[in-house]
Design a protein around this ligand. Structure first.
Ligand SMILES: NC(=O)c1ccc[n+]([C@@H]2O[C@H](COP(=O)([O-])OP(=O)(O)OC[C@H]3O[C@@H](n4cnc5c(N)ncnc54)[C@H](O)[C@@H]3O)[C@@H](O)[C@H]2O)c1
Length: 245
């Protein structure tokens, strides 16, 4: 499905990005795997033809360097993100301002940096596709996670706006909106910080379980592929029916 495509994946050392790296490689993509965690190098070493860059998406210069090393770009999965406050659920009045700033710096400004570096590279290569990872919290409010929810609403706005700008340039821009996914963000942080949330997460989804990271990665692969050739500006919930309630 992605044969011969040069694709960047951010947040590729863990969770959804790690699953995407494996699945996209299986579909024939040549990958540039980006993560601030050095473990991304070992992920690339285990995949045929994959490259890696251990860098932080909050640094615009880092993304420019990635593009310089990987110029004939066909696609990008802008997936790196953080939940903030170690996954603790805190009302606005108690949420530390510095945590709000960190969440916005990665989830909004970091993704902005990625778009700014990727869009000209895609245009220079005759077009391509971008998928951004938002969240169902990019559509819905989330008590105790206002900063995260706000940042993921911003990802929807960036996705739709970039899609309109790219439409006549053969650049499609879409977003995936996962429900709860079994990645370290939840299993090692969110569920640990909030045992009540861990107990309720499965039943909150009409399908009675949370997602496997591969289920989000498969949706992203489809949006990046030519099978989604007339899909742009779309926000695709992959949430077991959570947002249909
Ligand atoms: N897990 C869920 O339930 C869930 C639900 C909805 C949306 N999401 C979103 O999915 C995306 C992936 O999350 P995950 O669940 O796989 O989490 P994760 O913590 O397992 O993986 C996130 C990866 O992003 C990397 N990263 C974080 N900040 C970075 C930065 N500034 N620069 C480079 N790399 C950075 C981390 O090192 C990590 O490897 C995030 O955008 C998250 O908000 C997750």
């Amino acid at each position: 499905m992605l044969e011969g495509r040069n694709i960047i994946v951010t947040g590729a050392a863990s969770g959804i990005g790690l699953a995407a790296a494996r699945i996209f490689a299986g579909y024939g993509a040549t990958l540039m795997l980006v993560d601030r965690d050095e473990a991304v190098r070992a992920v690339a070493d285990g995949l045929p033809g994959a490259h890696s860059c251990a860098c932080d998406i909050t640094d615009p210069g880092a993304l420019a360097e990635v593009i310089a090393r990987f110029p004939a770009l066909d696609g990008a999965f802008n997936n790196a993100g953080i939940e903030g406050a170690g996954g603790a659920l805190l009302p606005v009045t108690d949420y530390p301002d510095e945590e709000f700033d960190k969440v916005v710096a990665v989830n909004v400004r970091g993704l902005w940096n990625c778009l700014k570096a990727e869009l000209p590279a895609l245009q220079a290569n005759g077009g391509g596709a971008i998928v951004n990872t938002s969240s169902v919290m990019g559509w819905l409010g989330a008590a105790g996670m206002a900063a995260y929810s706000a940042s993921k609403h911003a990802v929807v706005g960036l996705t739709r706006s970039a899609a309109l700008e790219g439409a006549m340039l053969a650049i499609r821009v879409n977003a995936v909106l996962p429900g709860a996914v079994a990645t370290p963000m939840l299993t090692e942080r969110g569920f640990v910080a909030n045992p009540d949330f861990a107990a309720a997460a499965a039943s909150a989804h009409p399908m009675g379980r949370i997602a496997r990271p591969e289920e989000i990665a498969e949706a992203a692969a489809w949006l990046l592929s030519d099978k989604a050739s007339f899909v742009t500006g779309h926000t695709l919930a992959v949430d077991g029916g959570l947002s249909a309630r």
